[in-house]
Design a protein around this ligand. Sequence first.
Ligand code: NAD
Length: 356
Amino acid sequence: MKIAILPGDGIGPEIIEQAVRVLNALDEKFEMETAPVGGAGYEASGHPLPEATLALAKAADAVLFGAVGDWKYDKLERPLRPEQAILGLRKNLNLFANLRPAILYPELAGASTLKPEVVSGLDILIIRELTGDIYFGQPRGVRTAPDGAFKGEREGFDTMRYAETEIRRIAHVAFQAARKRGKRLTSVDKANVLETFQFWKDIVTDVHKEYPDVTLDHMYVDNAAMQLVRAPKKFDVIVTGNMFGDILSDAAAMLTGSIGMLPSASLDANNKGLYEPSHGSAPDIAGKGVANPLATILSAAMMLRFSLNRAEQADRIENAVKAVLAQGLRTPDIYEEGTTKVGTKEMGDAVVQALR
Ligand code: NAD
């Protein structure tokens, strides 16, 4: 099993270092190779996604990614900006399924803006289709309206579309993920208004026949948004399209109130994936040794579960994270009175210790 390690910029290298230490503390050893990406890629070879980095990512069984971006690259032309690396990786590796768990450890319930009883113990998984929908559909643009009440006026337009294959493959990812968790899947659509999402609903219902052990229900996106803040713990796994998933996954992330805690995965059709924390490169705290490494450590656990088929090792890491939180250790972003403030490395040390 080979893992490509792409630390990136800002706090990326600091948090990845801790995740690598945690992986090295497991009984099984993995082959790991590091390469520059983002601003670091640009510095090394003039491009945010150097050819050698892409080749390594393609050859590896999984990619562990830190974060990219720094304000000092804001003046570069768009194709050379660090953030383009992540888009290039998604496209070249066909990563069409974005998995974002929203987990709120009971110890951190005070960090949420919602009442502790509504969110404490929250553990849901949002699966967002990542390469289709209105974000990529053609045609799109600004034109003179050819018809309708505003004929002859300038209008902006986009095209929402989903091919059957695109819906089937994301549905399979979702049913399989639900199978590994609470066996309940909610497909979020807008079938009452949009043809594309009536089609989505029909295809998801058809794929369900292959997963009789998973319970499927359907929910309109407006209701799903409401339920996410009213009673989020009722969900297990949610699957939805690119645009609805974009919005709902950010809302779900904020239920937990702590961006330094949230991992994510982007998978292809064979469960090969790129794993990264949900946050960015945090240039404001880079190099200070205070970044929270737990989202990246939990991303490594997701990698073990989804791409490397090592569910037991993933459980071990997740339990070690729970243990350090129970010990009261907190990086500054999740610190509360009465707990012990630690830095990036101390948090990594504690997780390694808890694993042993
Ligand atoms: P950000 O997520 O980097 O930071 C937002 C805030 O959260 C900052 O105050 C930061 O200090 C804090 N924060 C983030 N991660 C943290 C951690 N692990 N521990 C403690 N605090 C943490 O978002 P931003 O400031 O909007 O963007 C900074 C850079 O990151 C930009 O260049 C942006 O383009 C890039 N970015 C990259 C990715 C990615 O690599 N996938 C995602 C989002 C943003």
